[in-house]
Ligand binder design. Sequence first.
Ligand code: ADA
Length: 558
Amino acid sequence: MVRSFCTHEIRKQTELDGRWNFQPLEGEQAGQNILAPVPSCWETIPGFENYRGTALYSTEIQASGNVRLVFKGVSHTADVSFDGKEVAHHYNAFTPFDAIITNVNSGTHSIQVKVSNIFGVDSSLHVPNDYYTYGGINRPVIVENVADTYIEHVHAVPRKEQNGWVLDVKVYVKNIGAAAHNVVPTCTVCDEDYTFAAQEIPAGGSAIFEQTVACADARTYEIENPVLYMLKTVISCDGGQPCDDLIERIGFREVKVDGKDILFNGKKLRIKGFCRHEDHPHYGCAIPYAAMEYDLMRMKDLGANSVRTSHYPNDELFLDLCDEMGMLVWEENHGRGLTEEQMLNPNFRRQCEDCNREMVMHHINHPSIYIWGILNECASETEYGRSCFAEQLDQIRGLDSSRPVSFASCKFFTDITLGHVDIVSYNIYPSWYVEGPVSDYLDKLYSWVQDSTEGAGKPFIITETGAGGIYGYRNPNHAKWSEERQAIIVGEQIDAVLGNPDVSGIYIWQYCDVRVDEEWSLTRPRTLNNKGIVDEYRRPKLSYDTVKERFNSYTNYR
Ligand code: ADA
């Protein structure tokens, strides 16, 4: 299942899920030929639980005409060949990419994907980390049949005007044919059709069509009532019948920052959220639909109104479900805890630039996404670090000016980058990594931001707080790592953060326990990050009820 709704009625799409040939290229297993599921992580294949290396995936398809292969996520580097010819190269597990092959003869064709999850200088963002970098084709693959002109994206940004809602619509069209075409898009939303001015697109060229359309009476998308609308776009070429389409789903809502408040449809938002990794012992990061829905239902049960996609863009199906459930999303680019030295990797800026662009261009229409975050806990305390943050925040604002931007900092009393964000966000662990009481620590940090930084006067949120608790470890002394101790600390943290009128919200670190890379195992019992409110199998710990009771005692607005 790629999306939770149908995205094409004209364009033919087939999901290439199923068994592909899988051939590891390194180590003792090299040369084996196995049938492996796609999408999945190769760590879930018996014998490959710890495989770090490269592997070849291959399959065959029946195709003709213009073929578009869409990969929603390959971890972490993919080299794609079609009939033996290289057609795409992509780095990053967490963003989609495509390959176009024109004028394919009718018949059987081969697809081969060389996949690597190796760490090293070529990979600036996937580094040994406090979560696991899996290997494989982790998200769906789709084969599409496209016309010579096809719709690449449709972006629709809602705005509230005096007379009601309007939508700024942009239709991105590509011409992969050998001749120029005269293209006319028409979009349908709220039962009205809107035709765009025609444009001539040269062979091999592309065009953006823009129009603002009125949807004055559209119902507002609210957390409590997440009303969604379909936006159907078709294009016709040279006066003919529609040759391609794209159906998007949108919600009419506005996010603004006003002084120290985050306004959602004009109301002062109170975030009650969880950070969540895509991780499960049975599936690795390739979480299937029902398990995604399970996580979201659990978070709802816990009283949450938001999820932070720490520390990378998420599977789009998960975002679809968030849209449907009114679960607000902090979507984050890929990057966790990189030092200045790591940010100086020659690939870093380009790989971030790609990730930011792919994240925003593909996910901009999701009404649940209320903020873009970047570079969790990276070097925002250094001049070079600051320049990278500034560059990336500007890039994102240039792609989408309708949402605030931020990053989660851990540079206590040293951050020099807070002038560049719309919302100041901190990850704090008082009573776990540093001494409590939590409220004293929070007050001290908040005062420093106000008195000594360019973050003064901006909204302030806690993007992480939490404590370790090993499922099933009960201890009469409430020792560290016991479920009791975790529940006590998390309760204290929520009280201090949500009880503070200067703070707009909290994200608990984290929803579930997750596997970490081996390099982290000495500080991570069980080679897991054990700060989940549920364990890796989603079994509730004692802290579950603590969080549930507290989150449910606060409303969504302040
Ligand atoms: C950081 C980081 C998380 C996780 C957490 C922890 O704040 O952002 O990814 O590592 O700490 O558990 O220590």
